[in-house]
Design a binder for this molecule. Structure first.
Ligand SMILES: [Ca+2]
Ligand SMILES: [Ca+2]
Ligand SMILES: [Ca+2]
Length: 215
């Protein structure tokens, strides 16, 4: 009986502690692998690459530090899950969010398997997509491509060279790795300065013609 009481007290104490502190992200995040392809493509991968197979009891933040080369912007971004699979046939959602900022590397917070998007009320977070898989018998590859509005938000988040992706699995999502690909473009010259250059050329040519006829 005493043992049972002790267990109940321990559970109650843990619950009170969690209620008081709220879910907190670990303070010892791992890392991010960065690979460059050519001069305008970059691939990021979390460490560990499979985010611990996306345990349903946790929500994960993946913080990425990246400084955009001067006068460039991100014109394409996608997140790819390799060989991902729901642990069993249940309507489980994997929420994928863009975070304005996140601690570098992978951190996780215990959410007690709660349903709904853990990042729903996080300031500066926006839902990118929800992944659902109702066939636990097959693993699949899934790539999500950012839409125009999400690219704008990503570029804004990159202004301080740090952004994050937040994952909240409702249930275990086994996978063989996650990666994010971006490509960048050079910001086009403002139309005004282009017209100025053209204008200068036209006036220059006219002046040269005038000088020629004056001789
Ligand atoms: Ca969760
Ligand atoms: Ca599947
Ligand atoms: Ca940021």
């Amino acid at each position: 009986m005493a043992k049972r009481t002790a267990v109940i007290l321990a559970v109650m104490f843990s619950w009170i502690l969690l209620e008081l502190c709220g879910p907190a992200f670990a303070t010892t995040p791992t890392g991010t692998t960065v690979t460059f392809f050519g001069n305008n493509q970059v691939q990021f991968a979390p460490v560990p690459a499979d985010l611990g197979d996306l345990d349903h009891s946790y929500a994960y933040t993946w913080g990425i530090n990246y400084e955009l080369p001067q006068n460039t912007y991100v014109d394409f971004a996608s997140i790819t899950f390799t060989q991902i699979n729901n642990w069993q046939n249940e309507p489980n959602v994997l929420y994928v969010n863009l975070l304005d900022s996140a601690m570098y590397g992978v951190s996780s917070a215990y959410d007690g398997q709660a349903s709904g998007n853990f990042f729903g009320s996080t300031a500066g977070a926006q839902l990118l997509t929800q992944y659902v898989d109702n066939d636990a018998s097959a693993f699949e590859n899934f790539t999500y491509t950012f839409n125009a509005g999400q690219l704008t938000a990503l570029n804004a988040a990159l202004a301080d060279a740090n952004f994050g992706i937040g994952f909240d699995p409702d249930c275990h999502y086994y996978n063989q790795g996650i990666k994010m690909d971006i490509s960048t473009k050079v910001v086009p010259e403002p139309i005004g300065s282009l017209l100025f250059v053209i204008g200068t050329g036209v006036f220059g040519a006219a002046a040269a013609r005038r000088r020629k006829t004056a001789r």
